[in-house]
Design a protein around this ligand. Structure first.
Ligand SMILES: NC(=O)C1=CN([C@@H]2O[C@H](COP(=O)(O)OP(=O)(O)OC[C@H]3O[C@@H](n4cnc5c(N)ncnc54)[C@H](OP(=O)(O)O)[C@@H]3O)[C@@H](O)[C@H]2O)C=CC1
Ligand SMILES: C[C@H](O)[C@@H]1OC(=O)[C@H](O)[C@@H]1O
Length: 254
């Protein structure tokens, strides 16, 4: 068994009905983990579960709106009921409302921050209770380069993702003594349903590429390796960190 192997581990991946979360769920299952996949749309989850099972993996769908009170306990409880354990949490579910600051309403702000930051925290809290008690856990929070540098894709979004990065550090500080490592991944642009409309605009894509030393838009497969690494024993001494998976965007000064 290599240090990257997740055989015998149980994982939760939120937002796994499509996009990045679906790729991460497939990747963790390929690496041996049993995966609970979470989203609001049951049909999407069934497709993810079938894709995992067709490759010989094990997965269960958990339909939940993570912005609802008690959703985190429900998701964690159903996962432990199914497999008797929980080792890995990938907080991936997220959304954006792209508005200029003058246009942001309280409802807009709450919708973005409730999912991206608040729901991620309460998933960490629910999973962390089990992980700290068993003295083992790996949590990977999907942030964004919008939480690392200023982007014009929305102040609520960027603030929520910066909050995810700081939440990652604080929980790492509190839980590392229990063997629970928490890290974040900050993606630049990837082709998913979340960015589909934006990336149809060729001029916008050219602007992205001009700021990307690697010269290409990310492929969701580029995120699977970093997520597996941070979920594995290979990252046993790494916690509180944020890895920008961005083709060099966040270091591009001039
Ligand atoms: N794509 C990109 O370029 C980038 C994405 N990110 C981040 O990566 C993560 C995934 O993004 P991406 O895959 O592009 O997004 P998508 O919109 O493609 O997928 C989002 C997933 O989250 C689920 N979801 C949305 N709202 C809820 C909710 N209230 N409760 C439970 N699940 C929910 C969706 O399923 P359903 O609607 O059925 O609930 C879906 O499965 C997000 O956190 C995003 O901020 C960061 C940087 C760049
Ligand atoms: C890189 C950002 O996270 C990206 O910006 C957007 O407008 C999308 O919402 C993506 O999340």
């Amino acid at each position: 068994m290599t240090r990257f192997d997740l055989t015998g581990k149980t994982a939760i991946v939120t937002g796994a009905g499509r996009g990045i979360g679906k790729a991460l769920a497939l990747g963790l299952a390929d690496t041996g983990a049993n995966v609970a996949v979470v989203a609001r749309t049951e049909a999407d989850l069934q497709e993810t579960v079938q894709a995992i099972e067709q490759k010989g993996g094990k997965a269960i769908p958990i339909t939940a709106d993570l912005t609802e009170a008690g959703a985190a306990e429900k998701v964690v409880g159903q996962t432990v009921e199914a497999w008797g354990s929980l080792h890995i949490l990938i907080n991936n579910a997220g959304m954006n409302l792209r508005k200029k600051a003058h246009e942001v309403t309280e409802e807009d702000w709450d919708r973005v921050v409730d999912l991206n930051l608040k729901a991620s925290f309460f998933m960490c809290q629910a999973a962390g209770k089990i992980m700290c008690e068993q003295n083992y856990g790996r949590i990977v929070n999907i942030a964004s380069v919008a939480g690392v540098v200023a982007m014009r894709t929305g102040v609520a979004y960027g603030s929520s993702k910066a909050g995810v990065i700081q939440m990652t550090r604080v929980l790492a500080l509190e839980w590392s003594k229990f063997g629970v490592n928490i890290n974040a991944i900050a993606p630049w642009y990837f082709r998913t349903p979340l960015t589909e409309t934006l990336l149809k605009d060729e001029a916008y894509v050219q602007e992205i590429l001009q700021r990307t030393p690697s010269g290409r838009i990310g492929d969701v497969e580029d995120l699977v390796g970093p997520a597996i690494f941070l979920s594995s024993d290979a990252a046993a001494y790494i916690t509180g960190q944020t890895i920008s998976v961005d083709g060099g965007m966040s270091i591009y000064g001039f």
